[in-house]
Design a protein around this ligand. Structure first.
Ligand SMILES: [Zn+2]
Length: 193
């Protein structure tokens, strides 16, 4: 009986297309909470030391002579600049192939998938690991079809329904104010004392 409820939940989530069963198993409650959250209306620039003011919106630009359109943003930085996860989430895939070269997919709030490509190297996490926003998940490079060109991070965001969305407005948005400090209660005063 103890195993039945998680098994049913897992089966339901799998059928509902809610992320990977492995992530559900490993991170159950906080992963389900993550999927339930709305996608953020603001995201930090995922490359260390790059301000939002320096970004250029290349969403939709022609690539390969117009054969395809750019589904993301290119964030230029020196080789080996740390790439930090824009959100909390679970490492869904790490791969080295094709256009993206060395890539990481992270499933974040609302089930949105965050794609980091052309990496020089990966961070220390394994597939299935949990990351917090700001954790180093890789290093800027020019792997894949960026080889020979300037080093940059290609950052893409994929909605659970409808595919790629433009990261640029989210990176340029004004960050929310920090939450107000919790009012001191007798217990916290006692702890502080
Ligand atoms: Zn790109």
């Amino acid at each position: 009986m103890k195993l039945l409820a998680p098994a049913l939940l897992l089966g339901f989530l799998f059928l509902a297309g809610c992320g990977s069963p492995v992530a559900v198993l490993r991170h159950n409650v906080r992963y389900l909470e993550l999927l339930r959250q709305p996608s953020p209306e603001w995201l930090p620039v995922p490359v260390e030391g790059v301000s939002a003011a320096r970004l250029y919106d290349s969403w939709g630009d022609a690539r390969d002579g117009g054969a395809r359109h750019h589904e993301g943003i290119d964030i230029f930085a020196k080789r080996n600049t740390p790439v930090r996860s824009a959100t909390a989430g679970v490492i869904e895939a790490k791969a080295e192939r094709g256009l993206g070269g060395r890539t990481v997919f992270i499933t974040g709030p609302g089930g949105y998938r965050h794609y980091y490509a052309h990496l020089e190297a990966w961070g220390e996490q394994a597939v299935g690991d949990w990351v917090e926003a700001g954790d180093v998940i890789g290093y800027v490079g020019n792997s894949g079809n960026a080889a020979g060109g300037p080093t940059h991070l290609h950052y893409g965001i994929y909605a659970p329904v409808g595919g790629a969305i433009n990261p640029y407005p989210l990176l340029k948005a004004v960050p929310p104010p920090p939450p107000p400090p919790a009012p001191a209660t007798p217990a916290t005063i006692a702890e502080a004392g």
